[in-house]
Design a protein around this ligand. Structure first.
Ligand code: FES
Length: 170
């Protein structure tokens, strides 16, 4: 099913197409890996909504990326519960482990590191979201294990990503 078809199916569940922008953006991002301007315009055109409505949502929420990100986007929560449970030290640890700073992507394109607001999982603070998965009660040792496991699955993850972003017939 093409991106257009997937968005049409998702949008059919909403009486107001403006309400379908979030699910449409999730579909588009899964398809392209991120949301450059032309993709935002295509989403707006598919839904028949104002382009600014699509743009404002895509640039407001941290789950959407208007710039390319690494294969694994590490989104470390730095809100109150996570901060009290050590997220500041974890951030420093991850930056040192990856050789990048917050907001940067590793040279091999594997990891992008960001901090985000509350992920709604304070009971497992400190929490980091990677893709669709939450990793909680983190400490430096657990982060190291997580990074190693992500490196180990990188070839398979990259191959799935390449397959999902290919257009039909490619
Ligand atoms: S403050 Fe980190 S998940 Fe809520």
């Amino acid at each position: 099913m093409s991106m257009r078809e997937k968005i049409k199916v998702a949008a059919a569940r909403y009486p107001n197409q403006r309400s379908a922008i979030m699910p449409a953006l999730l579909i588009a991002q899964k398809e392209h890996g991120y949301l450059p301007g032309p993709v935002l315009e295509e989403v707006a055109d598919i839904l028949g909504v104002e382009r600014i409505w699509v743009y404002e949502l895509a640039t407001f929420y941290t789950l959407f990326h208007t710039e390319p990100v690494g294969l694994f986007h590490l989104q470390l929560c730095d809100n109150v519960s996570c901060m009290l449970c050590g997220s500041e030290d974890l951030l420093k640890h991850i930056e040192a482990a990856l050789g990048i700073e917050k907001g940067e992507t590793t040279a091999d394109g594997l990891f992008t590191l960001s901090t985000v607001e509350c992920l709604g999982a304070c009971e497992m603070a400190p929490v980091m979201q990677v893709g669709d998965d939450y990793h909680g009660k983190l400490d430096a040792a657990r982060v190291d294990v997580l990074l190693d496991s992500l490196r180990a699955i990188a070839p398979r993850a990259a191959s799935v990503e390449n397959t999902s972003s290919q257009q039909p017939g490619e």
